[in-house]
Design a protein. Structure first.
Length: 143
């Protein structure tokens, strides 16, 4: 189900806006991850019911190729905050646990944008879980 209000020129305009707004992150990791992440998140949230499994699998596919996970998560958080204003979704909650940034001990990071109630289910939602093996160890991604 595609939102009929968003046309292709509007999507390109939003894409160019996001690329120009987050240009600082372009130099922190490879350009292909930068552009692919913005395009992926934009296409994911243009649907009325985004898929949590797809988002978890995408994040898990990118993490082994990036050394500084915290900067990538900060980039995802800032892009999601901007997309929340455009697409007006309720919220997203990401939980990453494992050996982030190559540390020998496991850590967990949580990113929450918007309101994600876990006790009452008044709106439809999707969950996703994926894991990835990096040089330091296993990282679990839950959306």
């Amino acid at each position: 189900i595609v939102d009929s209000k968003l046309t292709t020129p509007m999507m390109l305009k939003i894409n160019n806006f996001l690329i120009n707004k987050f240009i600082i992150f372009k130099h922190q990791f490879k350009e292909e991850f930068y552009l692919n992440t913005i395009t992926f998140l934009l296409n994911l949230f243009k649907f009325k019911r985004p898929d949590g499994i797809l988002l978890a699998n995408y994040i898990a596919s990118v993490l082994p190729f990036i050394q500084k996970h915290n900067q990538f998560l900060l980039f995802i958080k800032s892009v999601l905050q901007t997309l929340k204003k455009v697409f007006r979704f309720n919220g997203v909650r990401l939980l990453l646990s494992g050996k982030l940034n190559g540390f020998s001990r496991a850590q967990s990071k949580q990113i929450q944008i918007g309101c994600v109630p876990l006790q009452s289910f008044n709106f439809p939602y999707t969950e996703g879980y994926s894991h990835v093996y990096t040089n330091a160890g296993k990282i679990g991604v839950k959306v």
